[in-house]
Write a protein of this length. Structure first.
Length: 202
């Protein structure tokens, strides 16, 4: 490894790269250090953690872009994020919270994949679970907002409360979603009915 101090100083273990890749990695580390000096200092203090980060940077431009845009993710790579919650009463934050959760968990899945922590089956299952969590949080928020506006859906036949059902088709339904997959969904209620609010919906 070429001796060099400062942001680009790297640990042993990634010193057998071809010169172009070595220089690319140094530039990537410099950019991350400029965006998040404290988080990068914490990573550099743990050689194994830094090795995993270097592999991630070499494997994924997407991951590098997300880490620079949201440096807090550097400290979250080795731990799953808390549950995603969207407040039904404030739809203005739904999109930003969904995007951040999806980006953070996607980078974490890539990080685990390129470092051999997860097998390909685990990555596919993890991507599917991420989509399911985003869908569940979104459906709960939308359903809560709609009930606040139009009342609770009541089934005509049973007279019981009806909850929205979301069917995932294709690769999502099979638990084999990958990062480039489309998500095919069907939305339904268990039975036909009407909401019981002042402005009811059929």
């Amino acid at each position: 490894m070429r001796g060099r101090r400062g942001a680009s100083a790297r640990i042993a273990g990634m010193n057998d790269l071809p010169a172009p890749l070595d220089e690319l990695l140094r530039r990537q580390i410099d950019r991350l250090h400029a965006a998040a000096p404290q988080a990068m200092a914490r990573a550099a203090s743990q050689p194994e953690r830094m090795q995993r980060l270097e592999r991630l940077l070499l494997a994924s431009d997407y991951a590098q872009d997300r880490l620079r845009a949201d440096p807090q993710l550097l400290d979250e790579l080795d731990a799953p994020r808390p549950a995603l919650e969207l407040p039904p009463e404030d739809s203005s934050v739904w999109s930003s919270r969904l995007r951040r959760h999806r980006h953070a968990e996607s980078v974490r899945l890539i990080h685990r994949d390129v470092n051999g922590i997860d097998a390909i089956e685990d990555t596919l299952a993890g991507t599917s679970r991420l989509a399911e969590r985003c869908l569940a949080a979104s459906a709960a928020a939308v359903e809560g907002a709609m009930r606040g506006r139009y009342g609770t859906p009541i089934g005509n036949a049973s007279g019981s409360v009806q909850s929205l059902v979301v069917f995932g088709l294709g690769k999502l339904g099979g638990g084999e979603l990958n990062f480039s997959s489309d998500v095919d969904l069907v939305f339904a209620f268990p039975e036909a009915g009407q909401s019981d609010g002042a402005r009811p919906l059929d």
